[in-house]
Design a protein around this ligand. Structure first.
Ligand code: THG
Length: 348
């Protein structure tokens, strides 16, 4: 609030800042500089105990056998029908301790129920952990100035536990942008303002300022948002997450049998980009817009944003696999149609 937040959304039943009142300035700060985000709503589901690793593998249709302590992995979570129900980052903190850093759906209930039903020896809980992201090309200099040059050696999604002024944190190279950066997992929610101010102070020489997961940059970069770009039937193959599914994991992994069937049959929909005609920003609501080709509905535009770098309105299409990059389509908006062209993702 002290930074001048002007809008919030709800995510995982929490408030997440979505604007500080200067959208274009906030965008360029992420692209050219460094931006500081309160993403405490990326809540953790903790798996702890002798069967923590087994439960993680039962929940995720991605081979986790080579995941090391200190490593993170992007994992699809599916239900028994192979439908995506979340897309967390999994962090392995110890052989018997994992976090799922979740997107916006209730995984705590799910994980606990599965653990009980399978008779596993594991405690599922929510730890007191609140991520803060530091994103942008200058993020590494800022985070290194606070925590030391060792952070420069961290590989993507790897993390290390440390402390600053007595505040326990884990530092990961990750974040929901493609501009590079880190996430600082704060392990004591009462120290949030203190940690925020440490990073804010350290970042001053690099022009740090407040921001949030940036809608324009994330569409340019092709990052999907679970729940926004997915529906009640979406499987990982439809939203470019097929590379995170290992079809040869054990049969007791939830959804794997359905995923094998879906993969063999070939998915019905896939994700492409859309570049809309026109040189002015257009606002769309949060609901999906029909995509038509030759007068018939072929898919949905799930999100759209003004790209400050491309100077075009760009969106994501969840669309019939009969439609390909290069095809011209029409997006329906309030009974009017806007012509556009399909492209591969990411845009940039
Ligand atoms: N950080 C943390 N928790 C999160 C998110 C985050 N929870 C919610 C949400 N974001 C989870 N979803 C994603 C989606 C994409 C990525 C991370 C989390 C991501 N994807 C890259 C990509 O698609 O190009 C890299 C994937 C890879 O190479 O494995 O980073 O952001 N703590």
């Amino acid at each position: 609030m002290a930074e001048g937040v002007t809008a919030f959304t709800t995510y995982n039943h929490m408030l997440m800042p979505t604007s500080y009142g200067h959208p274009e300035e906030e965008y360029w700060r992420l692209i050219d500089g460094v931006s500081q985000w309160d993403v405490a709503c990326e809540r953790q589901v903790q798996l702890q105990g002798p069967d923590a690793g087994r439960l993680a593998q039962i929940l995720a249709p991605r081979d986790l056998s080579k995941c090391r302590v200190g490593q993170g992995k992007y994992v699809p979570l599916c239900n028994h029908a192979g439908v995506l129900i979340n897309d967390p980052i999994l962090l392995k903190l110890a052989d018997d301790l994992y976090w799922l850093s979740i997107a916006d759906s209730n995984i705590w209930f799910w994980a606990r129920a599965i653990a009980e039903e399978r008779g596993l020896n594991v405690a599922v809980s929510e730890p007191d952990v609140s991520p803060m992201a530091v994103q942008g090309p200058k993020a590494e200099d800022v985070v290194a100035s606070v925590f030391g040059d060792w952070v420069r050696e961290l590989k993507y999604f790897w993390f290390k536990e440390t402390a600053i002024d007595g505040i326990s944190v884990a530092i990961a190279r990750s974040g929901w942008s493609k501009q590079g950066g880190f996430e600082i997992y704060l392990k004591d929610g009462t120290k949030g303002t203190q940690l925020w101010n440490i990073v804010k102070e350290a970042g001053k020489p690099w022009g740090i300022g407040p921001g949030n997961p940036n809608w324009s940059e994330r569409v340019e970069s092709g990052l999907i948002s679970y729940g926004g770009d997915t529906d009640k039937e979406t499987n990982p193959f439809e939203v470019r997450m097929g590379k995170y599914v290992d079809l040869d994991v054990a049969d007791d992994v939830i959804g794997i049998k359905a995923l094998r069937r879906i993969h063999a049959a070939g998915p019905q929909r896939h994700s492409l980009g859309i570049i809309l005609e026109g040189e002015e920003p257009i606002t769309f609501g949060f609901s999906w817009n029909d995509i038509r080709k030759d007068g018939a509905k072929v898919g949905d535009m799930t999100t759209c944003a003004w790209s400050y770098r491309m100077k075009k309105n760009i969106g994501f299409a969840l669309i019939s696999t009969r439609c390909k990059a290069g095809d011209t389509i029409e997006v329906v908006r309030q009974a009017k149609v806007i012509p556009g062209t399909l492209t591969e993702l990411p845009f940039l």
